[in-house]
Design a protein around this ligand. Structure first.
Ligand code: 1CP
Length: 345
């Protein structure tokens, strides 16, 4: 089997398939006992990401447990802000905390030049995972969207509303755009090295798209995602890697996401209507079962799965996934049940 035989790549190429390829956002993570056993050896989560052998072991765990159709690099989106010198730490129960967040426009103008070689531990993880995977299982490399990375870097931590970030961009608009520009170039160089190391597909996570109204989304997020995708499509080394764009709970129509020129749109779980006649032939679609459904009994899981499959299974280029990541409270048996159920239909 060659990588090009993969049903995941065929779906990304907008082919209609009998059974959709299956993978899960956050398929490696705390919900798996084998992940927790490795995780407890590291105090700071990012130290674990800086160990390419461990990242390889973690990326392979869900492939071995559930026989999935795609693997995703084990890492985090906050490696880029860390490489800019913002000092990212993930301590027990706290989520990400930045030692040196962006506080003033001067912090942006005086940022060091992004050196993509500082993230060589990520590219090493990519090549280790690629070597360990069966040939027909493609590897997804990823980054956060420039907007999502800017939000964490300015807020200095996670937040429900990122109000500090919103005030900062309103008061320092030119600097905010300069920062987004720097992040866009960093994302491009970072993804290029992931592809050079063996990533077959790229996913861009716009996990805080929901903070922006439609106009702000265009100005602060979509504009830069478009630029990033254009850079990737124009570069000889990355032009063949299909690009998936995920946006959390967007306040804009799904058709808008297709303007990014991404090859596939990853739909948040609350999207229950799509304009198939507009999207068909332009983009593949990925999604979008609500992860919370996996906390319910099997009959309810099947009923909710059927709704998703009714909506998408005939769509040319459909990839089964959740509408957001697997949460730590989900029992791995439910992932096995769901995966087998999809393949039995
Ligand atoms: O304590 C732990 O064990 C850490 C939990 C964890 C894991 C397993 C974090 C901390 N990151 C990851 C891995 C990770 N992160 C992966 C690879 C695993 C896989 O998918 O199989 C990926 C793709 C990410 C991407 C990521 N990190 C996103 C985008 C996806 C999304 O969920 O929207 C985001 C927003 C982050 C930031 C992040 N990483 C971790 C935390 C706790 C957070 C903050 C989340 C928040 O702000 O609420």
């Amino acid at each position: 089997m060659k990588t090009s035989d993969s049903i995941f790549l065929r779906a990304l190429n907008k082919e209609s398939l009998e059974i959709p390829p299956i993978w899960y956002m956050r398929q490696a993570g705390r919900y798996m006992p084998e992940y927790r056993a490795v995780r407890k050896k590291f105090r700071n989560f990012l130290d674990m990401c800086k160990n390419p052998e461990v990242c390889c072991e973690l990326a392979l765990q869900p492939i071995n447990a559930f026989n999935l159709d795609a693997s995703i690099l084990f890492s985090d989106i906050l490696t880029i802000p860390d490489a800019f010198g913002l000092g990212v730490e993930f301590l027990e129960g706290e989520g990400p905390v930045f030692k040196n967040p962006i506080k003033t426009p001067k912090d942006i103008s005086s940022l060091p030049e992004f050196n993509s070689d500082d993230l060589s531990y990520v590219y090493e993880a990519v090549s280790n995972i690629k070597r360990a995977l069966p040939k027909n299982i493609p590897l997804i490399g990823f980054c956060g969207s420039p907007w999502t990375l800017a939000a964490y870097s300015i807020e200095g931590r996670s937040s429900k509303d990122f109000n500090y970030t919103k005030d900062f961009i309103n008061q320092n608009n030119d600097s905010a755009h300069l920062f987004l520009e720097k992040l866009t170039n960093a994302c491009f160089l970072y993804l290029k090295q992931q592809v050079q190391a063996g990533a077959d597909v790229i996913q861009i996570f716009d996990s805080w798209a929901n903070l922006l109204n439609a106009d702000q989304y265009e100005a602060y997020s979509m504009g830069y995602v478009k630029k990033l995708i254009a850079l990737l499509k124009e570069d000889e080394q990355t032009s063949n890697a299909p690009i998936i764009l995920f946006a959390r709970d967007p306040s804009f129509n799904t058709n808008k996401m297709a303007e990014s020129n991404a090859d596939c749109l990853s739909l948040f779980w609350n999207i229950d209507k799509i304009d198939k006649s507009f999207l068909q032939g332009k983009v593949a679609l990925q999604g979008n079962l609500n992860p919370k459904v996996l906390l319910e009994d099997n009959d309810l899981i099947e009923a909710e799965l059927n709704k998703v499959l009714d909506m998408f299974s005939k769509y040319p280029g459909y990839i089964f996934n959740l509408g957001h990541g697997i949460t730590p409270d989900i029992n791995p048996d439910k992932i096995k049940f769901l995966t087998e159920l999809i393949r039995s239909k």
